[in-house]
Every structure is written in structure tokens, then in C-alpha cells.
Design a binder for this molecule. Structure first.
Ligand code: GLA
Ligand code: ZN
Length: 688
């Protein structure tokens, strides 16, 4: 049996891989040997090379010149540094736009964008596709046997959506493929409304600006189409590279919640999932939110380790206000990614640029060179990651899943809804954080995934539910699962058509009640909620502030867990608890304040018998990864003060090298981390 491309990669680069984006074309060649020397000093083992090098490799159409790249590849190989070589399709050179204006992307308003930035290509343009594949093939053929080549980095952060005529044609083609007949398209899009019925395919277009409200079903298909169209670009290049270098894994760098890129589908097409992430030091929740992204990466890759492909060593430069990472926080964030399954820590970028759009973006090697705090921390982290080598390839099993669904995102933030400013990211992230604070392992799934491994399933605002979703939820409950589902779920089908027989149509008979009216609350208003009598889920003293939304809920076979004490719904249920099969469905008809949501989530976990990975004081994050023989417990102190916890196992702290015993106290300074290795069997027996 031949090895998978990723096992070849791991054999070559075992352990946790360290490195970053390397852009040598921005520097005179005298700098390159110094780069390699300093990379070695920092422990860099892999660089992402050539991500934006197209114009430096092909100055005019067809005039490919790889001289400088040959030199850099050789230098890196000689220095023992492996290369994740990019196909440079994210930033086409000026000649492409000049010779072929149709390769430029058209925005929704109909403006064809100009050159001078990046990502300005039309994903449908045959010329763009041809030229980007030509250079990709040339790179593959030239470097196939080069000792530095370890991985392919295809493009950069795919997220183009284009409204040009070429894309318009492709959209029609995509719809014909999906629906077959025009009548079916009319049915799916509900075109009897406002006289939109199409009598000829030529009348069907991309959702360019309209005078009033847009047709939500068309918008939904546009989002699906856009994700598919870009994925086609990626897989086209991937297949081309595979045909030349079958043993070299190929990936692209995903980005935190790009709207039109459905990573549940994309994750299946890459050899390894890779993420760029820039947690904002100004946001107190940014590392909890980062954990959500990390768990999403692990999940879309089918549980396999993933790669942290880019992060900032200190500050970014693209926001209004760019705070620096305070001492120790870059280390904490990096080790957090490893704690959640990353087998790499990489940065944008290696050396800070002197010119261009990102000259104030931090880098591993700052403008100030090696006499800087950032460099010191970068070097120290490089050393520490060597000590964590055994963690690599380790996996994490979760008993809890939360649903994050791109298709639902596109639909739930649609037009002419009870609330037209609903923020799906914010709502799901709040639910995730409630789980994160309880230190349970979480997978991030859709209702199309296999749910049989989970005891708890959290489903925030799943507005779009197909018949299959409905059946999956029911099966999950019948098998004894614990479901927590929140308001405005189960409302429409895959075409954004309201389910029949009242709300929530796809969850009727699941939640043990029905919704009489959606009743959004005025902005900045809250009503109080308290535990109901005769319920068995929450502490009797439970109190919450409910905001944003209220369902006017009617109980059928469920029990009220909590009820409103204010407003016109006073005395009516806010939360329902329903037995179904061997399982329990909790329905949350409003948005609770974060503490109360935390209590509700804790109660559901407790009822389901799901425990934290390890007991820890508040502010300490705990995760675990397992390899064939060992368990690695990660303890990460996010707080500003010292935290102490008592270990439930013995082992070795990999970062200090010290042995630790059961009931030993681990003391973590602010931002500090411990990683405890224990043999799998010993953990099992100490728990009994
Ligand atoms: C993204 C890009 C990089 C760079 C960084 C800046 O992740 O991939 O090229 O622009 O952002 O944070
Ligand atoms: Zn286009």
C-alpha cells in the first residue's frame, strides 16, 4: 500500500511544524542567506513560498523565468528548510488584466475592479484559468523532484464572488444542472410571487442589484453556486498538481468564517485543512472564538490534525485599530491551536515588509530585526515546539457537537425576516463559548453529518432544515441523545420555503410544543426569565435576562423549564423540555444572557453525563489530544492572574520536562501553559 501524501509529509517533517510565509522577491538576494540562517535560529522548518509571486515569475504573458525561485529553493533546501510552494493564482499580474480585461472581477454594483491590490480575478474567466494553470503546471514540473518541495499551497484564501457576464452564464449552467427544467427552477424560487416567473432560461441571471427586496431563494442559490465555483478552481489546480506530484499533499489556507466558502464541503477536498487566523487582542473573547475555528478545522477535516497556516506574531495592520499581542500571548494563542489539533504554528509573514499594503503588519522578524521582543518570543516558541513534537498526529474525540452550517447562515440572515439584523455568527459563537468555558471537547458539524458519536447536540438558530435534517434530529433523540435547539429553527426547507403546519415545521413533535408567533424584542430591551415549577433541568433559583427574540410558545407534550416573568408573555414558557425516544430535546425560545446560557448548557451536559476534560478554575482552558499510546493534557491559563489546579493523573510536563504526580498542584502564571503526557492505560486506571 502506498502512503497517503500526509504520511509522507509527516515522515519528512515530524512533530509540530514551525514557519511562515516567505516573500523573498521583496528583498535583494543578499538578504536571502541571512533569512535562512535566522530561520534556522528560530527553528523554522517550513515556509509558504511564492503566494504572491506571479508577476515576479512571469513578467509578460508566457515569459516564465524561475531563476530567482531556483536560487531560493536551493538555498532553503541547503538550509534544511522545507517549502510549501504556492501556485500564485491569488494575485494575477498587471499584464493579464491589460491584455484580457475580462479576467477582472465585477462587483455586485457592476463595477469591474482595477488592478493594484489582489484577488481581482473573475473565477469563470477561461483566460484566467488557463494562465493560472499554466504557471501551476510549470511550477509542478520544475520542482517535482526538488528536495525542498514538501507541500502545495494553492491560491490564497479563496473568497471571490463575481457578477460578470461569464459568471452569469456559469450560474445559469449550474442551475440547469441542479434543477433540470425551468419549471423546476420556478418552483424552487417561488417565482409566482411578484410576477417573477421565467419563461426562458435567458431571463435567469445572477442576483445583480434590484429595485426592492431580493428573492431569497435566488440569493441562496447564488451563495451555493459561488462556493462551488471557487471550489472548482481549487480542485482543478489540485488535480493538475496531483497528476505531476502524487505524493505531495495539496491544500489552501482557509479563513475564519468567509461567508461564501462552505468549509464543510471544502474540507473534504484538501489533503490537510489549513487555517489563517487573526484573533483581535482588543476582543476579550477572541481566543474562545479562535477555539471555535480550531474545532471547526478539526471537524471539517474529519478529525485529522490540521495546520495553523498563518497568524500574526504581534499586530496586524488591516483593522481600524491594531493592538499588539502582549508578552506571552502569542505563545498562548499558538499553543492553543496545537491544543485543538494543529500540527503546525505558522505566521504571516517571515520578514516584515518595508513597502506595500502590509508594511506595518508584524512578522516573525520585525523591522527592528533580532533585537526585539517579538523575535525573542518567536525564537523561544520555536524551541518549545520541539518539546511538543510527540503531540503531533494526536486526535481528540468529542461527545458534544455544535452545528455551524454555511447554508443555514446564508438563509437565516435572509431578507424580510422578523429580525433583519440577526447575526448567526454571534449567536452560534455564544453557544460555543458556553461549551468552551466548561472545557468539554466539541466537534463542529452540520445536520448532514453522522451524529451517532455524540451525546449532546447543540443547534443554534437552524432556520433551514431539510426533511433529512429533521429525520437526523429525530434519530439522534430516539437513540438517547440530548438536543439543545434554539429559536427560529426548523422554519424553512432547502429552497427557503416555509414548512407546512405552523412553526417550527421541521421540529414539530420534536420539541413538544409549537410557536404561535415570532415576537422579536425591541433593541436594548430585556425581559426576565425564571425557572418554572415542577421542572427537573435547572436549579430552582435560575434567573435570566432574555433579549432579541421571544417565541410565543404553546406547550403540547413538553414541560416548561423556565418562563417569562415580564411583558405580555409573562407566565408563558421560555424553555421547553421534551422526552422523545430515549433522548431529551430542550427548546430555547429566546436569547439568554451569557451566564444563563452557560447554566443551561451545563445542565444539559450534566444530564447527558458529559464531563469536563479535567477540572480547572475559571479562565483555564483544558483540552486533550491522544496518540496511539499517550494522552496529552493541555492546560492554558487565559487569565491575568495565577491559576492552580490539582491533577487527576501523573505524567510528564513536556514544556518543563518535570515529572508530575496525581494530586500534584499545577501552578500556571498569567497566560502560561502546561502540557502533561500520560500513558493511555495509566489514565484509564487512575480514573477508576
Ligand atoms: C491574510 C493573507 C495574508 C495577509 C494576512 C494579514 O491571512 O493570507 O496574505 O494579508 O491576511 O493579516
Ligand atoms: Zn466573473
Amino acid at each position: 500500500m502506498t502512503d497517503s501524501p500526509m504520511s509522507t509529509f509527516h515522515r519528512r517533517l515530524p512533530g509540530v511544524v514551525y514557519g511562515g510565509d516567505y516573500n523573498p522577491e521583496q528583498w535583494p538576494r543578499e538578504v536571502w542567506p541571512e533569512d535562512v540562517r535566522l530561520m534556522r535560529e528560530a527553528g523554522v522548518r517550513l515556509v509558504n513560498l511564492g503566494v504572491f509571486s506571479w508577476s515576479a515569475l512571469e513578467a509578460t504573458d508566457g515569459e516564465l523565468d524561475f531563476t530567482w525561485l531556483d536560487e531560493v529553493m536551493d538555498l532553503l533546501a541547503a538550509g534544511g528548510i522545507a517549502v510549501n510552494l504556492a501556485t500564485p493564482n491569488a494575485a494575477p499580474p498587471p499584464w493579464l488584466a491589460e491584455n484580457f480585461p475580462e479576467t477582472l472581477l465585477v462587483d455586485r454594483q457592476g463595477t469591474r475592479v482595477s488592478i493594484g491590490s489582489r484577488g481581482h480575478f473573475c473565477p469563470s474567466s477561461p483566460v484566467y484559468r488557463d494562465r493560472s494553470r499554466r504557471i501551476a503546471r510549470a511550477l509542478a514540473e520544475r520542482y517535482a523532484d526538488h528536495p525542498a518541495l514538501a507541500m502545495w499551497h494553492i491560491g490564497n484564501e479563496y473568497h471571490a464572488h463575481c457578477f460578470c457576464d461569464l459568471c452569469d452564464d456559469r450560474f445559469r449552467g449550474w442551475l440547469r444542472e441542479r434543477y433540470g427544467t425551468l419549471e423546476e427552477l420556478n418552483r424552487r424560487w417561488g417565482t409566482r410571487f411578484w410576477s417573477q416567473h421565467y419563461s426562458d432560461w435567458g431571463q435567469v441571471h445572477l442576483p445583480r442589484p434590484v429595485r426592492g427586496s431580493v428573492n431569497p431563494s435566488r440569493e441562496l442559490d447564488f451563495a451555493r453556486f459561488t462556493s462551488d465555483l471557487q471550489l472548482e478552481l481549487f480542485t482543478g489546480e489540485r488535480d493538475l498538481l496531483r497528476s505531476v506530484t502524487p505524493q505531495v499533499p495539496a491544500t489552501t489556507n482557509f479563513m475564519q468564517f468567509f461567508r461564501l466558502v462552505d468549509l464543510h464541503r471544502w474540507g473534504q477536498e484538501v489533503d490537510v485543512v489549513a487555517l489563517d487566523i487573526y484573533p483581535d487582542p482588543a476582543n476579550v473573547n477572541s481566543l474562545a472564538d479562535a477555539a471555535f475555528q480550531y474545532d471547526l478545522m478539526r471537524s471539517v477535516g474529519g478529525g485529522a490534525p490540521w495546520m495553523l497556516m498563518e497568524q500574526a506574531a504581534a499586530a496586524v495592520s488591516q483593522w481600524k485599530l491594531n493592538l499588539v499581542k502582549q508578552p506571552g500571548r502569542m505563545r498562548l494563542g499558538s499553543l492553543q491551536a496545537v491544543a485543538h489539533g494543529s500540527d503546525s504554528v505558522m505566521f504571516f509573514q517571515w520578514r516584515a515588509s518595508r513597502q506595500g499594503q502590509e508594511k506595518f503588519h508584524s512578522a516573525m522578524l520585525p523591522h527592528g530585526g533580532t533585537d526585539t521582543r517579538t523575535w525573542q518570543e518567536v525564537r523561544d516558541l520555536g524551541e518549545e515546539l520541539v518539546r511538543l513534537g510527540e503531540v503531533a498526529t494526536g486526535r481528540t474525540a468529542a461527545q458534544v457537537a455544535i452545528v455551524w452550517d454555511w447554508t443555514n447562515w446564508w438563509a437565516v440572515e435572509g431578507v424580510a425576516h422578523p429580525i433583519n439584523s440577526l447575526d448567526y455568527r454571534d449567536i452560534v459563537t455564544r453557544h460555543y463559548r458556553a461549551l468552551w468555558r466548561r472545557n468539554v471537547a466539541v466537534d463542529v458539524v452540520t445536520l448532514d453529518d453522522d451524529l451517532s458519536a455524540y451525546r449532546v447536540l447543540v443547534v443554534p438558530n437552524q432556520y433551514l432544515m431539510t426533511q433529512a435534517h429533521s429525520a437526523a434530529v429525530r434519530r439522534f433523540l430516539e437513540d438517547g441523545g440530548h438536543l439543545l435547539v434554539s429559536f427560529f429553527s426548523g422554519i424553512v426547507d432547502e429552497d427557503d420555503r416555509v414548512h407546512e403546519h405552523g412553526h417550527p415545521g421541521a421540529l414539530r413533535n420534536v420539541i413538544g410544543g409549537h410557536v404561535r408567533d415570532f415576537s422579536p424584542l425591541p433593541v436594548d430591551t430585556a425581559v426576565t426569565v425564571r425557572a418554572a415549577a415542577h421542572q427537573s433541568l435547572l436549579d430552582g433559583g435560575f434567573r435570566a435576562a432574555a433579549a432579541l427574540w421571544q417565541d410565543d410558545l404553546v406547550t403540547e407534550s413538553a414541560t416548561a423549564v423556565a418562563e417569562y416573568t415580564q411583558g405580555y408573555l409573562a407566565g408563558q414558557p421560555a424553555i421547553l423540555d421534551h422526552h422523545l425516544g430515549a433522548g431529551r430535546a430542550i427548546y430555547l425560545g429566546t436569547q439568554l444572557d451569557d451566564d444563563a446560557l452557560g447554566e443551561l448548557v451545563a445542565a444539559v451536559l450534566q444530564r447527558a453525563g458529559v464531563e469536563s476534560v479535567h477540572a480547572a478554575p475559571s479562565g483555564v482552558e483544558v483540552t486533550e489530544r491522544q496518540t496511539a499510546n499517550d494522552r496529552f493534557l493541555f492546560l492554558l491559563n487565559h487569565g491575568e492572574g495565577t491559576a492552580t489546579l490539582t491533577l487527576d493523573r501523573s505524567g510528564v510536563d513536556l514544556l518543563t520536562g518535570h515529572a508530575v504526580e496525581t494530586r500534584h498542584e499545577v501552578v500556571l502564571g498569567p497566560g502560561d501553559v502546561a502540557v502533561i503526557r500520560s500513558p493511555l492505560s495509566r489514565v484509564a486506571s487512575s480514573g477508576s
